[in-house]
Design a protein around this ligand. Sequence first.
Ligand SMILES: [Zn+2]
Length: 275
Amino acid sequence: MSSKKNIPLPETFALPHVGVETHAHLDFPDFAEDLDQVLERAGNAGVAWIGNIFLSVEAYQAHQSRLSARQNIFFTLGIHPHEASTVNSGVLADMNGLFVGDANLRALGEIGLDLYWNRSPADVQIRAFRDQLALARERDLPVVLHCRQAEQETLAILQDMDFTDRPLLWHCFGGGPDLAEEILVRGWHISIPGPVTFPKNTALHEAVTRIPLSRMVLETDCPFLTPVPFRGKRNEPAYLCYTAEAVANLRGEPIRQVWESCANTAREFFSLPPA
Ligand SMILES: [Zn+2]
């Protein structure tokens, strides 16, 4: 028997059609060829809403209308730390105008610090992060946070900008119980990605058992971070079920409960109507 036969396909989980995939990059060239099929598979796998994360004003302008034509895709927009040097007063004004004009833009992000790849100098990243946080405050927008190898710096800036108890989603959480606690105590939300399916991520596994589902959402970050059993292949929203399954197994809860509760949390965070 081929090993492929043993892989449960997403639709076999028979999850209710309420799921919220909170972080996808469907405007990336990886999905240029087969977006229709990708969305169909997501729907068949119980994904009712997909959050598309635009990383620049240009990406939004190029792809917004094409993706708006699809049902149940919502948007976020923020300048990623890799592109921090592009943030200036003109870009911030453009972003502000887009948020005013498009009610489907539900959050500002992903923004933050990435001291792992360090594609922009740290001081430039910090300035871009602070400028965009200021815009989020001004417009009263939820924030989707990107943080890689910069936890203490990020917490210090958010403290300084008075973000405690404001709506903030720590995207692609990869930390342990201590970092989860730091986030929860500040009133923020945590998004669990595909690497929770990797056997060696024991600190993350421990954290997942401690985060209340009322503060947890699920994401793929596709095309990246593909969960087991498709690790190494392109990721897509339909694979959210594998992340839900891993979370459910770690917590000893039914996958349906994780699926529905995380969806409720995401719908509330992004102010989405019921599926
Ligand atoms: Zn992302």
